[in-house]
Design a protein around this ligand. Sequence first.
Ligand code: G3I
Length: 365
Amino acid sequence: MKYSGIIVSVLNLLFGLLLFWGCAAKITDDNNTSNPVVPDKYAVPLKVVATFPVGTVMSLSTFSNGPALAIVKNEFSSVTCENAMKIAATQPTSTTFNFSESDSITSYCVRNGIRVHGHTLVWHQSLPAWLTAFQGDSAAWENILKTRIKTMLTHFKGRVKSWDVVNEAFNDDGTLRAFATATNSKTSMWAQKLGKDYVARCFQYAHEADPDAKLFYNDYGQEYSSAKTAAILAMVADFKKRGIPIDGLGLQFHTNIQRSDADLKNAISQLSSTGLLLHISELDISMNSAQTFTQPTTTMLDTQKSKMTAIAAFYKTIPVLQQFGITFWGISDANSWITNDWPLLFDKTYSKKPAYFGFWDGLKQ
Ligand code: G3I
C-alpha cells in the first residue's frame, strides 16, 4: 500500500510521456503535410459544414482507389467527370457515342445522393482525331454540334441537371478564340467552322434538348484578365437581350498562392453581378508554379490555407440563390492534373492538409 502513490505517479508520468511521443511524431513528418494536433471539429465533413454544394472530380480510376473514393463519398456533395463526358471520351468515332465511363460515374453518384455536373459539351480541346480530320462544310459541322448536344443531354436527362455547355471560348485578350493570332496560339475549330455566334446556338440547342437543365458558360482567367471578364459579361448581356437561355457562369480558378485575394474576390463579384448562378468549378491553388520546390514549406502551406479560407468565406457573401457551389479539380495531390505540386485539400497520402482546415474555416465564417 505505502508504495501505491509512487506507482500511480510513475504510471501517470509514463502515460504523459507516451501521449507526448505520439504528437511529436505527427509534427515532424514533412511528407504528409497534415496539421499537428487537429481539433475534432474538423471531423465534420465539408459537405455538412457547407451551405452550398462542394464538389470534386472523378474518373473511372477513382473506383479502384479506396482512399480517393472514400473522400468523394464522405466529403463531397457534387461531382464533375474530369474527362469522361468530353467529346474525346464520349464520341470515339463519327457515328458512335460511348457512355460506359460517364454512366458508371453518374450511376455511382446518383446511388449515393451526389449531384453530377456535366463537363463539357463544346470545348476547343480534347477533340477526337475523326473530328480534327473532318472535311465537311459548315452545315455538316453544325449537324455534328447539334447531334452532340442533343444526344448528351437526352442521354443524361434527369440524372445530370447542369452542364458546362461551352468551355473556354475566349482568349485572355477578350477576343473570341478562333484562329491563331500573334497573341493567341490556341485555336477553336468550332468557331472556325461555325462562325462567331456558335456559342449562342450551343445554348439554344441545349435548352431545346433539356429545358430543365441549368446551362453554364465555363472559363478560366477571370481573376487575372479584365479583358476576358469583360467579354464574358458582354456575352451574358447580349444573351439576355436576345433571349438566349443561360443560367450560370463557371469560374475555374486554377490559381496559385501568389494570386491576391483581391483579384479572386473581384472575379467573384464581377461575375455574380450578372445575377446568374456562380460555380467555382475547377479550384486548385498551386504552390510550385515555377517548379523550384520539391516539398511545400510551412509558409506555402499556410498561404494556401488562408487563400482557401478567403475564397470560401467570400463566396458565401454572394446571394444564396446564386451559390451553385465550389468544385475542386482533383481529390488529392496524388491525382491532380498539375504535376510536381500540391494544389488540393488532401495530400499524397490522402491526409487533410492545412488547406482543408482553411477551406473548412471559410465555410464556417
Ligand atoms: O484516355 C486517354 C488514354 O486512352 C491514353 O492512353 C492517354 C495517353 O495519351 O491519354 C488519355 O487521355 C488523357 C485524358 O486526360 C484522360 O486521362 C489526355 O491525354 C489528357 O490530355 C487529358 O488531360 C485532361 C485535360 O483536361 C485535357 O482534357 C486532364 O486530365 C484534365 O484535368 C484537364 O481538365 C481541364 C478541364 O477540362 C477544363 N479546364 C482546364 C482543366 C485543366 O487543363
